[in-house]
Ligand binder design. Structure first.
Ligand code: UN1
Length: 503
């Protein structure tokens, strides 16, 4: 069934726009949704609508806003399978992962519903008598949330849930190729009792979004931008926000390393490398980029990893598979370019590269007509290679070797991203030294680079982001500002720094 969808602003559907088809990447001839993409003016008008609705929403007591979040969580849970099936159909994410993604929304709601009763401020001692100091968290105003389509529902919820809980209004612009999943989530959010205009959905392409966002920033109707996507677009968002003296909440790319120490449980490391490298067809921002393996276990690790990869099931994401198709044509085309980074000094140990067809598939292949690619393991990757330094967003993993832990840490930091990282070792000293040296925002020990839990601070440094964090209690710092209050009941003007009480 093909859905017809468009933007929804202030509770009203905006039917007109430029037609765009969101397709099923497992069967590209199938249109999942006919989407009306809005223009820049529609984006900025959504921001005005949000700004008009925000004050009333902020006046709703935070515990009551928390109850709305609770109701969103219940609605998502009740519709989990339908939503997960739609995610699978629209972006080709294996169903078990899609269901896990929906679970992540429920986890986020579970976490923040109670935050409505906390949202703590502080009382702070004054340097003068008869005077009290306080801090309050206040909402920023309107958040423009622009999200990628590889996590079309969970990652948006990391922004939407805390932003709404904290009393902000939101304009959400999801990725076009995941518009149907986004719209379905949007409907569940708005069915929970959110007043009209507090959450708005704008379906638009990148250019219209940039123009609309720029006007909204000029008009003063956007006060925080949350963005998940590429480093390149993140830089542009950062520049735009910087010109308006704003600092966005950015979650960008990654080139996530996995270090395998000589004392590692190699089977466990292989399992982690398989899931992080080829789960979601390598299209998580936390996907594995390079395995940095100790030279003494290189051959053994690689042999096991290659065998496990050969046995991995690739195909229809509705079934039990490790690896489904690429998200969309655009991602498949870009990934083909990245495959061109394989050099003569590299060894492709996993066999074929490129698109899977019946002619080159292993065993029975039921994925004809889908954007399926061979999982690729490239050995002999050197620290100056593009394959070592840049994100590839697809099912390709590089392998390099090291001799000392210090060298492994240097190699792991070298690409200049800093999202996720992992080390496999049985020695706590190595694990903690790695944690101290790594520049990434997230470190796993004996676990894969992907699969962070939703109540820890998620986010990156360097080319992976500006240090902002997208989840857990820490994200509230993105969607609230601290307000300081002092109350002097001495009945006279006590001057700070000048009338300090003496002992
Ligand atoms: C992303 O790819 O943008 O840690 C987010 C993970 C998931 C989130 C990934 N929980 O892999």
């Amino acid at each position: 069934m093909t859905r017809e969808i468009g933007s929804v602003i202030g509770g009203k559907e905006v039917p007109n726009g430029t037609a765009y088809d969101s397709i099923n990447p497992a069967k590209v001839s199938e249109v999942v949704a006919r989407v009306q993409l809005a223009d820049a003016g529609t984006f900025s008008s959504a921001c005005r609508t949000a700004a008009a609705a925000q004050k009333e929403w902020a006046a709703v007591p935070a515990p009551v806003r928390g109850r709305v979040i609770a109701s969103i969580g219940r609605l998502v849970e009740a519709n989990a399978e339908t939503l997960a099936r739609l995610v699978t159909r629209e972006i080709g994410k294996p169903y078990a992962e899609a269901l896990g993604e929906v679970r992540e929304i429920v986890d986020t709601c579970d976490f923040f519903l109670g935050e409505g009763r906390r949202l703590y401020g502080q009382t702070v001692p004054s340097e003068m008598p008869d005077k009290n100091l306080f801090t309050f968290r206040v909402p920023v105003g309107v958040a423009a949330v622009i999200t990628a389509g590889n996590f079309p529902v969970a990652v948006p919820s990391w922004y939407l849930v805390p932003a709404l809980l904290a009393g902000n209004a939101v304009v959400w612009k999801p990725a076009e190729y995941a518009a149907a999943s986004a719209e379905a989530l949007f409907r569940l959010f708005t069915a929970s009792g959110l007043p009209e205009g507090v959450l708005n959905l704008v379906l638009a392409d990148g250019q219209a979004t940039f123009q609309g966002l720029e006007s909204a920033l000029d008009e003063g109707t956007v006060h925080k931008v949350g963005f998940t996507g590429s480093t390149e677009v993140g830089r542009r968002i950062g520049e735009l926000c910087g010109r308006h003296l704003q600092s966005p909440c950015l979650e960008l790319g990654g080139k996530n390393p996995m270090v395998v120490m000589p004392d590692a449980d190699l089977d466990l490391a292989v399992e982690g490398a398989l899931f992080a490298g080829f789960g979601t067809a390598g299209q998580r921002c936390t996907s594995l980029g390079t395995v940095i393996v100790h030279e003494s276990v290189h051959d053994d690790f690689l042999d096991r990893y290659t065998r496990a990869t050969a046995e991995a099931v690739i195909g229809d994401p509705a079934g039990e598979v490790l690896c489904g198709p690429m998200l969309d044509h655009k991602f498949a085309a870009r990934y083909e370019e990245y495959l061109g980074w394989i050099q003569p000094h590299h060894t492709v140990v996993s066999g074929a590269t490129g698109r899977i067809t019946s002619a080159n598939a292993r065993g029975d292949f039921s994925g004809e007509g889908g954007l399926y690619y061979h999982p690729v393991i490239v050995d002999g990757v050197r620290p100056d290679d593009r394959l070592f330094l840049e994100e590839t967003f697809g099912p390709i993993v590089g392998v390099s070797t090291f001799t000392t832990l210090d060298e492994a840490v240097d190699l792991a930091n070298r690409p200049g991203y800093g999202l996720s990282s992992s080390i496999y070792t049985t020695d706590p000293k190595s694990a903690f030294r790695f944690r101290e040296g790594i520049g990434a925002g997230m470190v796993s020990v004996n676990n894969s680079t992907s699969g962070a839990e939703a109540h820890l601070p998620f986010g990156g440094n360097g080319k992976s982001g500006n240090g902002s964090r997208q989840s857990g209690v820490w994200v509230l710092d993105q969607f609230t500002r601290w307000q300081a209050m002092n109350w002097d009941y001495s009945g006279k003007l006590q001057k700070a720094q000048m009338d300090v009480a003496e002992v």
